[in-house]
Design a protein. Structure first.
Length: 317
């Protein structure tokens, strides 16, 4: 049994931080960030928690699906910037929505939302789950070192959500992990244990940009080829690709390697930056609401990130 998307939703906090704003804080420039990454501005939460942003995307997705929260059988949330380790982000959202279903979180960094969608499909295939809410929500601004120009210019805050149900839209799905803690990490920090003697990294994003870049280009190309093979189609048959919005150069390289026109790749990185697990659902929601999707369109979603990890799927609209 496959799944279908009943509704999508997204939310971006109000405050826009431009590259020029960041140039007042660290030694950088609009020119460097646009050329090397492709971001002009990103949204940053001033007073909203990750759960509050997640709730807004979830309500938008439920509205689009025409469902009330009580209809949900399961909530899965992907995040690396939950407000607390416990309760989970998904449990907080369940409480805020007034839903009564089980809820759990999943962490696979920027690939997290597509890991969660794959997990939702597995629960639906198991039977007994009619409506599953899948969320990707991040307040990355709270895990960034705002003095580190190599990371603080890249990320943004936001949330996205899908409501999925049994159906026939999902043609292929895959998840991938290549354990590596040197390319990209966010330490959980440490407490005042008088017993633990090892030093842990501080609670912030630490990234080897070039190592992550090479992994990203390789995975994006390979995952899209493998997904197409799984779905029994060729990459040329794809109408849209919704990639993780990490760097326009990564997406350009992938388009060239796959020999696909760049116009098929949906991009909002210039406005949103990299919102980690929220990146793919925010992008997909924008595309779905733009009116550009036609019935029967073949759409690949593909993400990569910390873990190292990658994930993707193909759906028939
Ligand atoms: N402004 C100006 N100069 C900068 C900045 C900045 N914000 N950041 C770095 N530089 C400088 C560096 O210090 C370096 O200077 P030097 O040559 O004098 O030493 C120079 O720019 C080049 O730095 P590189 O790190 O080599 O730059 P690169 O071209 O690799 O771009 C970037 C860096 C944008 C991070 C790129 O490597 C990248 O996009 N990597 C992938 C990131 C990614 O995809 N992450 C996704 C996963 S995120 C997740 O899972 C949470």
């Amino acid at each position: 049994m496959s799944i279908q998307i009943l509704g999508t939703g997204a939310y971006l906090p109000e405050k826009t931080v431009t590259n020029d704003d960041l140039a007042q804080m660290v030694e950088t420039s609009d020119e460097w960030i646009m050329q090397r990454v492709g971001i002009r501005e990103r949204r940053v939460s001033v007073n909203e928690t990750t759960a509050e942003m997640a709730e807004k995307a979830a309500r938008n997705a439920l509205d689009a699906a025409g469902l009330e929260p009580e209809a949900l059988d399961l909530i899965i949330a992907a995040t690396v910037s939950s407000d607390s380790i416990c309760p989970s982000l998904s449990a907080r959202v369940q409480m805020m929505l007034g839903a009564h279903c089980p809820a759990f979180d999943l962490n696979s960094a920027c690939s997290g939302f597509l890991f969660a969608l794959d997990t939702a499909a597995a629960f639906i295939a198991r039977g007994g789950y009619q409506h599953v809410l899948v969320i990707g929500a991040e307040r990355l601004s709270r895990v960034l070192d705002w003095t580190d120009r190599s990371t603080c210019v890249i990320f943004g805050d936001g949330s996205g959500a899908f409501v999925v149900a049994p159906g026939e839209q999902l043609l292929a799905s895959r998840i991938y992990t290549q354990g590596n803690d040197s390319a990209l990490s966010i330490s959980a920090g440490q407490n005042n244990s008088p017993f633990f003697a090892r030093e842990l990294a501080p609670y912030k994003v630490v990234m080897n940009g070039q190592e992550t870049f090479k992994f990203a280009v390789r995975r994006l190309e390979e995952d899209i080829k493998l997904l197409c093979a799984q779905a029994g189609i060729t990459p040329e048959q794809l109408d849209w690709i919704v990639p993780h919005q990490a760097n326009t150069r990564i997406i350009d390289l992938c388009a060239r390697r796959l020999k696909l026109p760049i116009e098929k790749f949906y991009m909002n990185i210039e406005r949103c930056g990299n919102t980690s697990s929220a990146s793919v659902p925010i992008s997909f929601d924008e595309l779905a609401r733009s009116g550009k999707l036609k019935k029967g369109d073949l759409i690949a979603m593909s993400a990569f990130g910390g873990g190292l990890s990658s994930a993707g799927c193909i759906i028939k609209w």
